[in-house]
Design a protein around this ligand. Structure first.
Ligand code: SAM
Length: 220
């Protein structure tokens, strides 16, 4: 994502009531302490300006959503959307997902969304890819047994890489498509992200997988 340094974004984020400022303190207690209910928790990692998770939260008031983004200047846009239309079941964290296991406890998360994650094209940076085995191992630590990760991208090379990484890290590929927008079954309920809209308008097919980790007990 091209980043503009938006003046004051850090300060706005630091003061926003929609952002959880010391997320490690909520570890193991997100449902009770943050949302005050017992509903499932779905998170989006690298949510960008937040259109996807905001619409999803609006459509699913019985699910708790947490949007995670590394940069204040980007997160600012999601916070502004919440200021215009407050949702009780959505909060944000500004953090690097590398530290995700400091923030969520074992089995605390029900579903993880990864949308148009940065490709990090150089081999030496592969571990930074949010769908690499390196990150999938972290997700396995926080997601419930049978919980799923959903990943969308228009980058075919990155998708092929992701399809190899998932089984190697002990995840089962439940569904996949190389052309989401022409796949009637997988398209049902699809919410377009900012990047998805931009790349599909350029004619790029969108790839998507849904994977499930089913070997947790064996691997731990
Ligand atoms: N998901 C949005 C979409 O589909 O429109 C944004 C996609 S953008 C290419 C990727 C986003 O992921 C950026 O906003 C970037 O800052 C964020 N990101 C990348 N690595 C991250 C990490 N390790 N932790 C948190 N956010 C990250």
């Amino acid at each position: 994502m091209r980043l503009k340094n938006i003046t004051g974004s850090r300060e706005v984020i630091a003061e926003s009531v929609y952002v959880i400022h010391e997320p490690e303190k909520q570890k193991g207690n997100w449902k009770k302490q943050v949302f005050g209910n017992d509903a499932p928790i779905h998170i989006e990692i690298g949510m960008g300006k937040g259109r996807f998770i905001t619409q999803l939260a609006e459509q699913n008031p019985d699910i708790n959503f947490v949007g995670i983004e590394k940069y204040s200047s980007v997160l600012l846009r999601a916070v502004q959307k919440m200021e215009a239309n407050e949702l009780k079941n959505l909060v944000f964290i500004r953090m690097d997902a590398e530290y995700i296991t400091d923030v969520f406890d074992r089995d605390e998360v029900d579903r993880i969304y990864l949308n148009f994650s940065d490709p990090w094209p150089k081999d030496r940076h592969a571990k930074r890819r949010l769908m690499s085995g390196n990150f999938l191992d972290r997700y396995r630590d926080i997601i419930k047994k049978d919980g799923v990760v959903e990943f969308k991208t228009d980058n075919r090379e990155l998708f092929d890489y992701a399809l190899l990484e998932a089984p190697a890290a002990g995840w089962e590929i439940l569904k996949k498509t190389y052309d989401l927008h022409n796949d009637e079954y997988m398209l049902k309920g699809n919410i377009m992200t900012e990047y998805e809209e931009r790349f599909s308008k350029m004619g790029n097919p969108i790839c998507k997988y849904i994977i499930r980790q089913g070997e947790k007990e064996d691997k731990k």
